[in-house]
Design a binder for this molecule. Structure first.
Ligand SMILES: [Zn+2]
Ligand SMILES: [Zn+2]
Length: 95
């Protein structure tokens, strides 16, 4: 159990995220410890190519419009509860 570098919740179970995706040459590059919902959300929203082109630091991820909205929401969720991200209704349609 550790702290998520994106939403700052703790204690949470974390997974290792390659800030530069491995597929884009980041195998030995910097990593971040992210809770499972944050990690899933990044990869649900962006392809590895998009991540490699503009989302390779924690602050860039935090500044991203869609992710910052997700972070606001997840900060209100209790850290220990394991959540399942529902594909059907967690992302509202773009207005
Ligand atoms: Zn998180
Ligand atoms: Zn990742």
């Amino acid at each position: 159990m550790a702290k998520c570098e994106l939403c700052d919740r703790e204690p949470v179970e974390t997974t290792v995220h390659h800030l530069l995706p491995k597929e884009e040459g980041g195998t030995f590059g910097p990593t971040a410890n992210l809770c499972i919902p944050c990690h899933k959300q990044i990869h649900a929203l962006y392809t590895n190519t998009e991540i490699a082109s503009r989302l390779t630091t924690i602050s860039q991820l935090k500044d991203d419009d869609q992710l910052s909205r997700f972070i606001k929401w997840i900060r209100k969720q209790p850290p220990t509860k394991l959540m399942k991200i529902k594909k059907s209704n967690d992302r509202k349609r773009k207005r």
